[in-house]
Design a binder for this molecule. Structure first.
Ligand SMILES: Nc1ncnc2c1ncn2[C@@H]1O[C@H](COP(=O)(O)OP(=O)(O)OP(=O)(O)O)[C@@H](O)[C@H]1O
Ligand SMILES: [Mg+2]
Length: 432
């Protein structure tokens, strides 16, 4: 106990009994002199207990018209948890059981009352009370620690997920960069002999115009040469470090103009185009020729996926750092963007989606599920490297059943992004 005395309340309507109890308590508690209050009735006891903090309370079982047990229950119902000892003249087992059930800490038969017994009972009750209090505190602390641990675990999971995404991005970038270097080399090796073959084929076509069957064969050879050229040009786009023209761009306007090219055709195929553009997007420095390839690639893929009709939603928005975990804020245009603020362009289609086992491969060069004459599988790998070279990130989401979403995230604060091209000038020609 922090106090130098033991604050005790004796509740007894019989003066003689109360004095006797008080004397015995004083006699027994030699180490810690008690400070004793007395209540004669149920009501007086409740009043005193409400305004004073006692270390212990001793209740007489016989209390006017009621019983000590009634008072005990009333005290406990008011969430007063101090140790309580019940005193009674009747050595009845049932009362003892009742008292303990009603949350008394001990029970003493008055006829056996002695200062030793009282001392023992008081300290026993106090010890029990303190243990219960300690247990409760420990439980509270445990609960708090558990909550903190759960929170930390959730944060860790979120960090792990972010780390995994970053790791995948790095792996993908490294893989694509490797393939890009290889592709550039192979393309040049192939182009030379291809030019020679093409030259000979043209010469033969001119020289042997009368040989119809040969001309047909040469026609097939020319077709295949064109196919190889298309693949090579795609590969070169993917690996190219050519000149770029960076311009301050109103992305909404750019998307409008790209969509105007495809909208009519899409409408003929039963595809509705919905534009959800944020009204005050900040301008970004972009190489528009290349970015247009990205938009068109993604739109064409969506069109192909929705051959039977559907809906393509094109959305633009700003995501602030604080809301980066996909709490989206449409139409926001921070004048002072944070380092991680991004401009997001979403293409959401209602096609059949991308199967889970394909989702990790769609950015790989030559991955395609289209028939041979319909796709080379280079579209998305080119898109990925273009967006990446702008310091951004291209991502696909699909549950494999209900449509696909492509997200292009472009950094708003291009000046702070060291990995993106030097974008601080209004226009620049250089390699990205
Ligand atoms: N919106 C989409 N819905 C369903 N699948 C898609 C979608 N976009 C891409 N895909 C899948 O990703 C694959 C790769 O796409 P990518 O654009 O790289 O190549 P492609 O369209 O097959 O051929 P290319 O673009 O070279 O003509 C597609 O073949 C298709 O399986
Ligand atoms: Mg494509």
């Amino acid at each position: 106990m922090e106090t130098q005395t033991l604050k005790i309340l004796i509740v007894d309507d019989d003066d003689d009994d109360a004095y006797l109890t008080e004397d015995l308590v004083r006699e027994g508690l030699t180490d810690l002199p008690p400070d004793i209050d007395r209540a004669r009735s149920h009501e007086e006891a409740l009043q005193l207990l409400a305004k004073t903090t006692y270390d212990l309370c001793m209740l007489d079982y016989r209390l006017g018209e009621g019983t000590g047990i009634g008072l005990l229950r009333a005290v406990r119902s008011q969430k007063i948890t101090i140790p309580i000892i019940l005193l009674t003249g009747q050595g009845d087992q049932e009362i003892a059981v009742e008292a303990m059930k009603s949350c008394a800490n001990d029970y003493i038969v008055k006829s056996k009352l002695s200062c030793e017994l009282l001392n023992k009972s008081i300290w026993h009750a106090i010890r029990l009370y303190r243990e219960a209090e300690r247990r409760q505190n420990t439980e509270k602390m445990l609960k708090k620690s558990h909550q903190e641990l759960t929170l930390a675990h959730e944060e860790l999971q979120a960090s792990l997920a972010k780390l995994k995404t970053a790791q995948n991005q790095i792996l993908r970038s490294e893989k694509l960069a490797g393939i890009g270097r290889l592709a550039a080399g192979v393309c040049h090796e192939i182009l030379n002999p291809l030019n020679i073959i093409s030259g000979h084929t043209q010469a033969l076509q001119m020289e042997r115009q009368e040989d119809q069957s040969l001309l047909e064969d040469l026609g097939s050879v020319t077709e295949e040469i064109h196919r190889i050229e298309k693949i090579i040009s795609g590969l070169l786009k993917f690996s190219r470090k050519g000149d770029v023209e960076l311009k301050q761009t109103d992305i909404n306007q750019e998307l409008e103009s790209v969509l105007s090219i495809v909208e009519r055709e899409m409408s003929c195929e039963g595809i509705e185009v919905i534009k959800e553009f944020a009204s005050d997007l900040p301008k970004l420095l972009l190489d528009n020729d290349r970015m247009r390839q990205v938009y068109l690639n993604i739109i064409n893929n969506a069109k192909f996926a929705m051959a039977g009709g559907g809906k393509l939603t094109v959305r633009t928005q700003v995501l602030e750092t604080k809301s980066f975990s996909r709490t989206e804020k449409s139409g926001n245009s921070p004048s002072n963007p944070e380092k991680d603020d991004i401009l997001r362009i979403s293409f959401i289609d209602t096609g059949p989606g991308i199967k889970k086992e394909h989702l990790g491969k769609i950015f790989d060069p030559f991955f395609t599920t289209k028939p041979e004459d319909k796709g080379t599988g280079l579209g998305l790998s080119v898109c990925y490297s273009i967006v990446e070279k702008h310091g951004g990130f291209l991502e696909a989401e699909s549950d494999g059943q209900h449509g696909t979403t492509f997200l292009i995230d472009l950094p708003l604060n291009q000046n702070q992004d060291n990995e993106s091209p030097t974008l601080s000038e209004t226009s620049k020609t250089g390699g990205i």
